[in-house]
Design a protein around this ligand. Structure first.
Ligand SMILES: Nc1ncnc2c1ncn2[C@@H]1O[C@H](COP(=O)(O)OP(=O)(O)OP(=O)(O)O)[C@@H](O)[C@H]1O
Ligand SMILES: [Mg+2]
Length: 412
């Protein structure tokens, strides 16, 4: 009987740390065996700002997942986000010089490697080089060039970079915990794996994961990611606006947001009021629900504006027939999809993670899109990950890892 294979994914969010232990099933499915969710400390806007606190929170989440699954976590895929993330598209070009001119896996990996030559400052590191498509002797739209004949192979690649210090601070936490980071995966790309359909990615779609401290965006077209970014605004600002607007403590504002929050004030009756404990008053006083909703709407419209700017930056604002898919805890705010539809004038849906089996009810809401997506990433792109990934050194070069990946995932 083949040995069982387990994988772990850890989403280090600004609000919560979520660890999932999964078991690979024979048909490339993944079964969720155990989940650990702990409140996050030591992070701001998606980045580690206090290593000691972050380590404690990650530890708490890992302990829970280990207990629930009965497995010890020694390595994991880890999500990364934050405003230090940047992305760029670049081409890699190589000549095919074998006598028969048939393109091999080696040629493809050379082409991907040559896409790295984009100029990256020394204080930044490459997180991903994701091939989007290939051009063989000027013929574009090639998905898999292996076996084709040609003299010149071009790859169009999406390159994601992050600040070396932010990457180091995150990996440092895992080093202290004795957990090897198999791969750092950009969070919206992970979320995309869990909530987007192949058809949406093909036709054009933008994913916006509105979490606690960041709103992470990934724009897809022609089946592959075209643009990715992380905006330092999220649910924290929504709660903070309420706390200030209603003159109430943050924790009260958070409860009000989750319990009574609604994105469309015009739909709330003017008389609808809820009791709110405000500063300087001994008992709760009635606050108009419409007022609560107005405060939330104002900030949401700002967030949608920032998301739209990223789509414009990608040059795709007219090219997203599948519109937007919203994930992250803030996507649970009632009416958020309708407000986004009105504001962005495209189809909008809230994305629930799918694709795993087992204890999925524990991770079935939009806040868990990233963690489930990380698990699926591991399954879909193998333990060795995609070509161009950033990983801990294994004493083998980038080139040979790319070859392994291609051998495993492309038809021979
Ligand atoms: N029902 C709800 N209505 C509105 N907001 C909600 C609701 N439930 C959770 N949230 C918000 O979701 C946010 C947390 O989302 P999520 O768990 O996706 O964040 P995170 O992954 O920890 O953070 P980030 O990805 O930004 O680093 C919080 O700001 C919380 O207030
Ligand atoms: Mg998140």
């Amino acid at each position: 009987m083949p040995r069982e294979r387990f994988i772990s994914a850890i989403d280090v969010g600004t609000t919560k740390i979520c660890t999932i232990v999964g078991r690979l099933l024979p048909d490339d499915q993944v079964e969720v065996l155990g989940v650990g969710i702990a409140p996050s400390r030591g992070l701001r806007r998606g980045m580690v700002v206090n290593i000691e606190e972050a380590v404690e929170s990650i530890q708490a989440s890992v302990d829970q997942a280990e207990r629930a699954s009965g497995q010890r976590i020694t390595r994991a895929l880890v999500g990364i986000a934050g405003s230090h993330i940047e992305s760029v598209n670049n081409k890699g070009i190589v000549a095919i010089s074998h006598p028969n001119r048939v393109i091999t896996a080696e040629d493809v990996s050379r082409a991907i490697d040559s896409a790295r030559t984009v100029s990256i400052p020394s204080n930044r590191e490459i997180l991903h080089i994701i091939p989007r498509g290939y051009v063989v002797d000027g013929q574009d739209g090639v998905r898999n060039p292996i076996g084709m004949s040609g003299l010149r192979l071009e790859v169009e690649a999406h390159i994601v970079t992050g600040a070396a210090t932010a990457i180091h601070n995150l990996t440092q936490c895992f080093q202290q915990l004795g957990i090897d980071v198999d791969e750092l995966v950009l969070e919206p790309l992970a979320s995309g794996e869990a909530v987007l359909t192949e058809e949406e990615r093909e036709i054009g779609v933008a994913l916006a994961d509105i979490g606690g401290g960041t709103t992470d965006v990934a724009v897809y077209s022609d089946g592959a990611v075209w643009h990715s970014a992380s905006i330092p605004v999220g649910g924290y600002q929504l709660t903070r606006d309420l706390a200030i607007g209603l003159q109430t403590p943050y924790a009260v504002a958070e409860e009000i947001k989750q319990k009574y929050g609604y994105a469309l004030p015009q739909e709330i009756s003017i008389d609808d009021a809820v009791p709110v404990q405000t500063f300087g008053s001994s008992s709760p006083r009635p606050v108009s629900r419409r007022r609560i909703s107005e405060i939330l709407q104002e900030r949401l419209v700002e967030i949608f504006g920032l998301i739209h700017r990223e789509v414009e930056r990608a040059g795709k604002e007219k090219l997203l027939p599948a519109g937007f898919v919203l994930t992250g805890g803030s996507a649970k705010l009632s009416g958020i999809d309708e407000l986004a539809r009105q504001y962005l004038q495209v189809p909008v849906r809230v994305g629930y993670p799918v694709g795993a089996v087992g204890l999925v009810d524990k991770v079935g809401d939009p806040a868990f899109a990233t963690s489930v997506g990380l698990l699926l990433w591991a399954v879909r792109y193998g333990e060795e990950g995609r070509p161009g990934r950033r990983s801990r050194p294994r004493g083998r070069g980038f080139f040979s890892r790319v070859l392994d990946w291609l051998r495993e995932f492309l038809p021979q």
